[in-house]
Design a protein around this ligand. Structure first.
Ligand code: GLA
Length: 695
């Protein structure tokens, strides 16, 4: 068993208090995802009363209340029940469902049903159905078949959302709204009207065709456009400038699509009702920083799919989601054991669902909702995990979820007003991610995996990481890591340099500083506008088909997939790692260079390092930047996270290892889940404890 000496813990605890005092001050007083007059953290489920006889609702709600479920999301696919024929609305059943939930102290989030337009609408107005890339119209009967850019479709969406808000915008038991469902997976229509809208959008942005032709270098392959109407929607590989603008157009289309509904809901809804959307973690269909902007707070759907919870991957996804608005969030859907859409829909182990729920809270979620309560008897998702069986009685997992509910209720007051505060930021850029994906150059190059390779060791050491847009304010961070900042225009370079000049440590990963905002190559070597300040540049990049050795200050190991040959340009820059004997070009050449600049430092890592090297690299970054973890070192496999607020400091410990782990604390501490005060915490596999520490 790894040692966890009490003296060491005590010293770290003391040191922590300083760091805590420093960081708690930044916390907002109110947190939009915590609903006034409700528990600060909520257990929820996704319920479809329209699929069941009304006589059954009471029993469903009784079982929910018994499991400490405090919120349901409903109606997000019920358009044909709410508007059975054009202009004829039936909301009475929904009003009764909301009232019945209220009787059981269960609040309601209403979803707008626009991910599932009814047959009467799509048949009468075929242009409301998406046209696929191959020119065929989507057929009715699946979901996300609506055409997000169709003005006709938008009009119908506005009508139904407006009617719902008119009816329920002042309902005391409706706490908020969800727009659409997963924003139609960002699927676009490839019809003429959408193409024209794209061309007009480009016209507004570029103003002249000369400008557009120059930015995209259209003299290449005779791509020159003489009229806006000639510009295609890219299907398959295309001009990188055009492809990046299409992604931005997709983002704006879905943003307009949601704003169309948000506006009308806001017209009728009381301001206390929040508006959210259910995002999908690392899904890259649109720029999530843009889509999150008009929402009160963001929610996401957290599914493991095949296999088991990967704590680093899932923690990273939570932190990514928290970074969309730099605020707490909801996990409005998560799997009750298993899904139905993966290759192998295995069930999570006993205890794993609970560990997953607590990991969400630990990373800043204020609600965890199980999709779904009970499976519809027919429809495409009959095999998905649920909390009730087809017979309407609890499945074995129900008891575990009930335990989660009980625990949320006992810890919620301690967590009220708390959020995650970090000294380390990872930068995530949709422009860079897309630009790399369009031209991976090595099929093994994986943007998210690279982010995760930094996140895993850094999280272990820092115990909190914010994942934010490169344009976010960076002044609160001691360390900012940009694993893959491929698109790095001048304005962004200036923003990063301001951070470094003021004392921050910026770490750039491979492929950084190569492109401008039009996805054109910069007429400089990498990292582009940062070459002078780094005092070094990339001489050549290499896609690798084999691993190469590398060694230096971070130890000895290998690089794979990608390696860049760096060159020092000033004596002030220091080589930290060099390649060993490899392809000749890289032999003995610098792989990592660092340089003090202003009051801070810039480090460039030109390769993808193996896991052991990433660990020592992370240790160096943390040390060099003066980052201090808020808790003591914990045994391997245990994740420690902190939520903090005014006068509050709460640590969540989760054991993701297969062995029992025992921790000795420096003094007796309040343990919220086992409801006792002790200086010993024993965590079985998937075990969780929540510590309330006096700040
Ligand atoms: C998505 C959807 C839900 C449901 C689940 C199943 O997240 O939002 O409606 O289909 O997947 O995992």
């Amino acid at each position: 068993m790894p040692s966890f000496g009490p003296l060491r813990v005590f010293l770290i605890f003391l040191a922590i208090q300083l760091a805590v005092a420093q960081t708690t001050l930044q916390n907002p007083k109110t947190i939009p995802s915590q609903i006034p007059n409700h528990d600060a953290i909520l257990l929820g489920t996704d319920w479809y009363p329209e699929q069941w006889p009304e006589s059954r609702w009471e029993e469903d709600l009784r079982l929910m209340e018994a499991a400490h479920i405090k919120v349901v999301r409903i109606a997000e696919f019920a358009w044909s029940r709410m508007e059975p024929s054009e202009g004829h609305y039936d909301f009475d059943w929904l009003g009764r469902a909301i009232a019945a939930a209220n009787k059981h102290h269960i609040a309601v989030v209403l979803g707008t049903p626009t991910a599932a337009p009814p047959a009467w609408l799509t048949q009468a107005h075929p242009e409301t159905l998406r046209v696929e890339e191959d020119g065929r119209r989507a057929t009715h009967g699946n979901r996300a078949h609506g055409n997000a850019s169709s003005q006709v479709y938008r009009q119908y969406c506005r009508q139904i959302a407006g009617q719902m808000a008119r009816r329920f915008g002042k309902n005391p038991n409706v706490v908020g709204w969800q727009i659409d469902n997963e924003y139609g997976y960002a699927l676009m229509s490839y019809d003429d009207a959408t193409r024209k809208a794209f061309q007009e959008w480009l016209g507004k942005k570029y103003r002249t065709l000369d400008n557009l032709n120059a930015r995209w270098t259209t003299s290449y392959w005779s791509q020159t456009y003489d009229s806006w109407s000639e510009i295609p929607i890219p299907v398959g590989p295309h001009n990188p400038g055009l492809m990046l603008e299409w992604k931005r157009f997709v983002t704006d289309t879905w943003n307009d699509y949601q704003n169309n509904q948000i506006e009308v809901i806001r017209e009728f809804a009381e301001p206390r009702q929040f508006i959210t959307g259910n995002l999908m973690g690392f899904f890259d269909g649109f720029d999530h920083y843009v889509i999150s902007e008009p929402l009160t707070f963001v929610a996401w759907d957290d599914y493991v799919g095949s296999g088991h919870l990967d704590p680093a991957k899932n923690g990273l996804s939570h932190d990514l989601t928290r970074g969309f608005k730099q605020s707490n969030f909801w996990v409005i859907e998560t799997q009750p054991g298993a899904v139905n859409w993966a290759g192998i829909n295995n069930f999570l182990n006993e205890g794993e669902v609970r560990a997953m729920a607590w990991q969400a809270i630990a990373h800043g979620a204020d609600e965890v909702g199980y999709w779904q309560w009970r499976s519809a008897l027919n429809g495409q998702e009959q095999y998905h995990g649920t909390l009730l069986g087809a017979d309407g009685t609890p499945v074995p997992l129900y008891e575990e979820v009930k335990q989660i509910g009980q625990e949320f209720a006992s810890a919620q007051e301690a967590l009220r007003g708390t959020t995650v505060v970090s000294q380390v930021a990872l930068l995530n850029s949709y422009d860079s991610r897309w630009a790399i994906q369009f031209q991976k150059h090595n099929e093994k190059y994986d943007y998210v995996a690279l982010l995760k390779s930094y996140y895993r060791p850094l999280y272990k050491l820092a115990q909190a990481i914010d994942v934010v847009s490169p344009y976010a304010s960076l002044s609160n961070y001691k360390l900012v890591v940009a694993p893959d900042l491929n698109v790095l225009p001048k304005e962004l370079a200036d923003h990063l340099l301001d951070y470094v000049r003021a004392g921050g440590h910026l770490v750039l990963g491979p492929r950084s500083g190569m492109k401008d905002q039009f996805n054109s190559l910069l007429p400089q070597r990498q990292p582009g506008y940062l070459v002078d300040e780094l005092g070094a540049r990339v001489e050549q990049y290499y896609a690798l088909d084999e691993d190469f050795p590398v060694s230096g200050e971070w130890g000895t190991g290998t690089v794979s997939t990608w390696a860049e040959q760096l060159e020092e340009l000033t004596p002030g820059s220091k080589v930290l790692m060099r390649y060993g004997k490899s392809n000749g070009w890289l032999n003995g050449q610098p792989a990592v260079i660092t340089r003090a600049y202003g009051k801070g430092r810039i480090t460039y890592v030109g390769a993808i390092l193996d896991d052991n090297l990433m660990t020592t690299a992370a240790e160096w970054m943390i040390r060099e930047s003066g980052v201090r973890a808020p808790f003591a070192t914990v045994p391997d496999g245990v994740e420690v996270s902190r939520r903090t607020g005014e006068g509050k400091d709460v640590f969540v410990l989760i054991n993701f290892s297969a062995q029992t782990r025992r921790l000795t604390l420096p003094h007796p501490t309040r343990l919220l889940l086992t409801n006792r005060t002790s200086s010993v915490v024993e965590l079985s596999p998937y075990g969780v404890e929540v510590l309330q520490v006096e700040p």
